[in-house]
Design a binder for this molecule. Structure first.
Ligand code: BGC
Length: 341
């Protein structure tokens, strides 16, 4: 189906923002060129009722206030860079510590806060952006492109491509907050994550470098369980996440999906596949109460993020770190498939 476009207001700087609607089979996805934001994702519940399964806003101004990166593309670096500094090629780079003293999700003005160039290639929406050398302190002119495809089977895929003119680091993700009931909390959602270990964090949510086995901990999602089952457990790691999950899961690399989220209430299932090695489970522990689309309420534990990524700790580990060099092509793909029982 052709992509429908509609004006979505303007940024405070006066740039027009456009909403692109991808529709295929039973699923419809609205993407803004502002931040590549997935603004709405509607799938039919078991009873046929349409459910909007992502958090979002009705106005650009609310997105610009940026409390929570709702649905947005994240770059150049997903998650945190401790003390806003990293070593690369024998020198130190200082990046913006927008959540002092650390960088979070790209810096002061990350990819979420730019209006991207949009083009349509048949049924595919392609967003592109040029991040100049030194942007937020990161080296290299980075040309980045994210393609959004929606298959007849209800799968939204995001294909991330990038090139640089200087050696750099790059960790891109999307920050959609999912709630398969379209409201309320996500504690009754059942979640499977194919990970035998997760990265330990300190009180600043900075990885310590240690991977911990999930077995016999609240972090064991190897078999599907309710998100709320162990979330109140007395556990130092959950406490660091403001009593919730805010951790990188080390994907086991076994065949099949990285994660499966299911709502017994609506019968909807989200299946996540990815070429990336890690997945950040964030259960919205720090999401403040506020109004969203159409006056809907959102807040703490009202949705969860499944952010596919390189390990945040890799910024300090040359053996794990995603480095992009001139002449190389960066490509990662993540799929979100929506089905109903
Ligand atoms: C991080 C959280 C952070 C949130 C911001 C998540 O990806 O893991 O620590 O608070 O993004 O919305």
């Amino acid at each position: 189906m052709p992509i429908e476009t509609a004006p979505f207001g303007r940024t405070k700087g006066g740039q027009p923002v456009t909403r692109y609607r991808l529709q295929n089979g039973a699923v419809a996805v609205d993407v803004l060129d502002y931040g590549g934001t997935i603004q709405s994702l509607v799938a039919p519940a078991r009873d046929g009722r349409p459910v909007d399964v992502v958090l979002g806003y009705d106005t650009v101004a609310e997105y610009e206030a940026n409390d929570g990166y709702l649905g947005a593309l994240i770059g150049r670096w997903a998650n945190r860079i401790p003390f806003g500094a990293f070593q690369l090629g024998g020198r130190e780079y200082k990046v913006t510590p927008n959540t002092p003293p650390h960088l979070l999700h790209g810096g002061e003005k990350g990819f979420n806060a730019y209006v991207w160039q949009a083009r349509q290639e048949g049924d595919r929406l392609v967003l592109s952006h040029v991040s100049p050398d030194g942007d937020e302190g990161f080296p290299g002119t980075l040309k980045v492109q994210v393609a959004y495809d929606l298959t007849p089977e209800g799968e939204l895929t995001l294909t991330y491509d990038a090139e640089t003119d200087k050696e750099t680091v790059l960790n891109l993700t999307n920050h959609a907050y999912f709630n398969l009931n379209g409201g309320g909390d996500i504690l009754g959602h059942e979640l499977m994550i194919k990970a035998d270990a997760f990265d330990e964090v300190d009180g600043d949510l900075i990885p310590t470098g240690r991977a911990l086995p999930v077995a016999n901990t609240p972090f064991d999602f190897t078999a599907a369980k309710a998100v709320g089952r162990d979330i109140e457990a007395r556990d130092g790691q959950l406490a660091h996440g403001s009593q919730g999950y805010d951790h990188n899961f080390i994907l086991a690399g076994r065949p099949g999906p990285a994660a499966v989220l299911h709502s017994p209430q609506t019968g909807l299932t989200l299946t996540v596949t990815t070429t990336l090695p890690g997945l950040q489970l964030y259960t919205g522990n720090m999401l403040g109460e506020r109004a969203g689309k159409g006056g809907s309420r959102m807040g703490r534990r009202g949705a969860l993020c499944l952010e596919t990524q390189f390990f945040p700790k890799s910024i300090s580990d040359p053996a794990l770190r995603p480095v992009l060099k001139p002449g190389q092509k960066f490509r990662q793909v993540t799929g979100y498939k929506f089905t109903v029982e």
